[in-house]
Each structure stands twice: as C-alpha cells, then as structure tokens.
Design a binder for this molecule. Structure first.
Ligand SMILES: NC(=O)c1ccc[n+]([C@@H]2O[C@H](COP(=O)([O-])OP(=O)(O)OC[C@H]3O[C@@H](n4cnc5c(N)ncnc54)[C@H](OP(=O)(O)O)[C@@H]3O)[C@@H](O)[C@H]2O)c1
Length: 226
C-alpha cells in the first residue's frame, strides 16, 4: 500500500480511516522513530489517545522524556523511550531488541526519523549523501530485519514515512530525495516478497506532501530569502 497524504480529499479519507484504527490499535505494541519532534511526536500522541503501548526513539533524551509524559497523560497503555542515533546500525537493532524486552513483542514499526540535510543546490559533498543514506535508509532496513520475526509472530505492520521527493526528483533536495527513492525501491520489493511467502506482515509507504511542522516552514523562508 502507498498512502498519499497532505492533499484535501485524501487527508479527509485518512481521518475516517483513523476512527477505525482507533479500536484496532488499542493495546498494540508500537515503535515510533523520530518521535522527539514534528510528525513522529504527533503520531506518538495519536497512538497514545488510541491506547497503544508506545516506544519512541530519537537522539534528544530531554525531548523524549516530555513526549512519553504527554503520551501517558493522553492514555497510552504504556510509554517508553530509547535515545540514540540512527547513524549507528547497532543502535537501530538495539531499539527493536529493547521493544521486544519491554513490550514483550511488536505489532507495528513506524519508521519516520530523518537526518538533517540542506535545501539548496547539491554541493557535491558525497560524505553527506553517505551519512544521510545511513540515517534515512540503512537504519530503516536494519530495524526491519530485526523486527520482522516478531512482526510475523503478531501479524503486524511496518509503516515507512516517505515523501513526494521520494517519487519525483524536485530541485534542491538531491541527497534527501535519493534516500527516499531508496525506501520505495526496498520496501515495495520487500512487500511483494512477503506476499509471495504468505507472510502476514503489511508494509505501508506514506507519501507525504508538505506538512508545516515549524521547522519546514523555517527552511522555506531561508531559501526564499537567499
Ligand atoms: N514535514 C514535511 O513537510 C515532510 C514532507 C514529506 C515527508 N516528510 C517526512 O516525515 C518524516 C518526519 O518529518 P518531520 O518534518 O516531522 O521531521 P523533524 O521534525 O525534523 O523530525 C525528525 C525526527 O528525526 C529525529 N532524528 C534526526 N536525526 C536523527 C538521527 N541521526 N538518529 C535518530 N533520530 C534522528 C529527530 O530527533 P533528534 O534530533 O532528537 O534526533 C526528530 O525526532 C520524515 O521521514 C520526513 O522525510 C516530512
């Protein structure tokens, strides 16, 4: 499944779907990556309202502590965090192992985190592209590999947050866009392999349009000024 969000009608349809999901997610064990700010943080709050067990991760521990406090206030069945950087593949695997220990299994893996990049002409920095691929793509693969056995046990799901920039090559986003295209190739192929193997794990690729999280509008303002 590929879900396109950010446009009026699709968004409305998604809100109806959310009502159905509310019951379906009660008591489910969910990891949300990149949940210290922005879309990941808001997803954690939605899951909390639905009564899910939430495990959030990102680098900034102080922010994650606030997020889990808020999740518990909103009705999460439980809320935990693991802090660290997804640039390190071992950390990506550690998050999944930690979820298995504290949640006793896993029903949903929401891969959402994204490394910092610039919004400008490609500057030729290959090292930056490699670093971004580690954070935005390879850690998604590492977490998926670690989580698949548990997700197969639970008939669970993987949600991959991507972007229009992962479907169309827009200017000023070359490194970011490359990482998002990679996600589409990997997860669209893996979805078909799981179907062939009759594995009961769904993969949803979310194709987001522009969403004003504060940070993104600041980036646009900077570009327009320059
Ligand atoms: N906002 C939009 O307009 C838009 C449009 C299309 C797609 N998307 C996609 O939606 C997702 C969320 O975007 P957003 O706008 O909410 O981004 P955001 O506010 O910048 O949040 C990014 C999250 O990733 C975490 N993160 C960054 N570097 C990390 C690292 N090295 N290791 C672990 N965590 C790291 C950040 O926390 P720490 O800094 O604490 O680590 C933060 O929690 C992304 O996949 C993005 O590509 C967003």
């Amino acid at each position: 499944t590929a879900v396109f969000l950010g446009q009026g009608r699709e968004f409305a349809r998604c809100r109806v779907g959310m009502l159905v999901w509310a019951e379906m997610l009660k008591g489910k064990r969910v990891i949300v990556t990149g949940a210290s700010t922005g879309i990941g943080e808001q997803m954690a709050y939605h899951l909390a309202r639905m009564g899910a067990h939430v495990l959030v991760t990102a680098r900034t521990e102080a922010r994650l502590q606030k997020v889990i406090t808020r999740c518990l206030e909103l009705g999460a069945a439980s809320a935990q965090y693991v802090s660290g950087s997804m640039e390190d593949e071992a950390f990506a695997e550690h998050v999944v192992k930690e979820a298995e220990v504290v949640l006793g299994g896993l029903d949903m893996l929401i891969l959402n985190h994204v490394g910092n990049s610039y919004f400008n002409y490609f500057d030729g920095d290959v090292g930056h592209v490699q670093k971004l691929l580690k954070i935005n793509f390879l850690s998604y693969v590492a977490m998926t590999v670690s989580a698949l056995p548990r997700l197969k046990d639970s008939g669970g799901s993987i949600v991959v947050v991507s972007s229009m920039a992962g479907k169309v090559g827009f200017p000023f986003t070359a490194p970011y866009s490359a990482t998002k295209f990679a996600l589409d190739g990997f997860f669209s192929s893996l979805r078909q392999e799981l179907a062939i193997q009759k594995a009961d794990v769904s993969i949803t690729l979310c194709i987001l349009g522009f969403i004003d999280t504060g940070k993104t509008s600041a980036m646009w303002t900077l570009l327009i000024r320059n």
